[in-house]
Design a protein around this ligand. Structure first.
Ligand SMILES: O=P(O)(O)OC[C@H]1O[C@](O)(CO)[C@@H](O)[C@@H]1O
Length: 417
């Protein structure tokens, strides 16, 4: 269950009414593009795709020997799986992410892994991302060197169904390859095989995850008063003059979720709009309660240039009591209380303190940090982003601004010979 709380933003119901027409128009114009594959709206249908889920499960069952799972991918090809696996790994399979190009940690990882127990998953929608291909090349050499002809069983690819160098390579070598539907972009791909394959190896409850995402789809299409993503899109729209959007999550298990959201929000919405104006707000990741001891001072007394969203769980899956300690009476207010009580008190106190400090802040309450609720939350945030794209007059599904950096990197490498 996901619930929006706007208690510190009086006048929100009136604003919702005042923007009714604009919001419904934004939704209509988004949905009108749904049939056109080039519009990249395939993420809306991923929660219904039970066929792919079955195939992923079959593959997982056929490979019970996996103890280490190396995901080579970057951006949308790694952030979603990382966020969910960190929260819901039940299997004990160890996950390693090659979403960087720093040589030392790669060499350290290779020294610790047993190739016979390692499955490498190269993930790239385009199939041509430099960081990913570099990592793949190193792991390929390592697998071949240790396993000889058996290396193919240890490499699985997730990429475009037909195009790109990675697809061509998988076909040439006869590798197992899962498709990322053409009409699904990287940062919207967490519920495609990009996320589902690693999560199957993590033993996460994929049915619940997809069920939660379907619930988000239902609320996205609901009448305005019940349409959670239209409401949160409006909150961001009303505050678009504030340059910073803090996304603060009160869950250690969800510590990677803010980074996933940052890519989704920034890469989708930070653009030149159809009128030639630069638009977008800068998402800042934050984790409670850790960032109470790092960023909250700034959030509370620094510039009033932020809209903050706090994600707060309402109940724990398991709780832990804080026992009494003799001689530590200074902490007696904690004794007999539970860790979740402490977490909740800190979240609520910060929520209030930020509002009283004059910041614009709202909360998204998660019934529990469960696959169902988090699947709902992630799909909800994708809808929010898509609606904002309509409201801000940008294409939320492309990323023209990253191309120049890629071209310059290639030019530099060529110059160096
Ligand atoms: O999945 P790919 O094609 O390797 O791309 C990785 C990332 O690079 C980008 O294209 C640019 O940052 C992202 O949109 C994407 O998630």
């Amino acid at each position: 269950m996901l619930r929006l709380d706007t208690r510190y933003l009086p006048g929100f119901s009136e604003a919702l009414e005042a923007h009714r027409e604009a919001l419904l128009r934004a939704r209509e114009s988004l949905l009108a593009k749904r049939g056109d594959k080039a519009q990249m709206l395939g993420w809306m249908d991923l929660p219904e795709d039970t066929e792919t889920l079955r195939e992923i499960r079959r593959y997982r069952e056929a490979n019970p020997w996996v103890e280490d799972f190396v995901l080579i991918g970057i951006g949308g090809s790694a952030l979603g799986p990382k966020a969910l696996e960190a929260a819901f790994n039940e299997s004990g399979v160890r996950f390693h992410y090659l979403d960087h190009v720093e040589p030392e940690p790669i060499k350290r990882l290779l020294r610790t892994l047993d190739p016979r127990k390692t499955l490498v998953n190269a993930v790239s929608k385009s199939g041509s991302t430099a960081e990913t291909l570099a990592g793949l090349a190193v792991f390929l050499k390592w697998l071949k060197g240790h396993l000889g002809e058996d290396w193919r069983r240890h490499l699985v690819v997730t990429t475009d169904p037909k195009e790109g160098p990675l697809r061509a390579f998988a076909e040439r070598e006869g590798l197992k390859a899962f498709p990322i539907p053409k009409e699904v972009g990287g940062r919207f791909s967490v519920l495609s095989p990009v996320g589902l394959l690693p999560l199957a190896f993590a033993g996460a409850d994929l049915d619940a995850l997809l069920m939660g995402a379907r619930k988000a789809n239902e609320t996205a299409l609901a009448p305005l008063e019940e349409s959670l993503p239209l409401k949160t899109a409006l909150l961001l729209h009303l505050h678009r003059h504030l340059p910073v959007h803090v996304f603060m999550v009160y869950s250690e298990r969800l510590s990677h979720l803010p980074s996933w959201f940052v890519q989704l929000h920034d890469e989708s919405l930070g653009k030149v709009n159809r009128q030639g104006q630069r638009v977008g707000t800068t998402a800042v990741p934050a984790l409670g309660p850790k960032d109470q001891h790092a960023q909250v001072q700034l959030f509370r007394e620094g510039p009033l240039d932020k809209l903050l969203a706090l994600v707060i769980p309402e109940t724990p899956l398991e709780d832990l009591e804080i026992p009494e300690v003799e001689g530590l009476e200074a902490a007696s207010f904690l004794f007999g209380k539970s860790f979740f009580q402490l977490l909740k008190a800190e979240a609520e106190a910060t929520y209030q303190a930020l509002a009283e400090g004059g910041q614009r802040v709202y909360a998204l309450y998660l019934s529990q940090v469960s696959p169902y609720a988090v699947g709902w939350l992630m799909q909800h945030l994708m809808w929010q982003t898509a609606f904002l794209g309509e409201l801000w007059g940008v294409n939320a599904f492309d990323q023209p601004g990253v191309e120049l950096g890629k071209r310059l990197t290639l030019a530099l490498l060529r110059q160096e010979g």
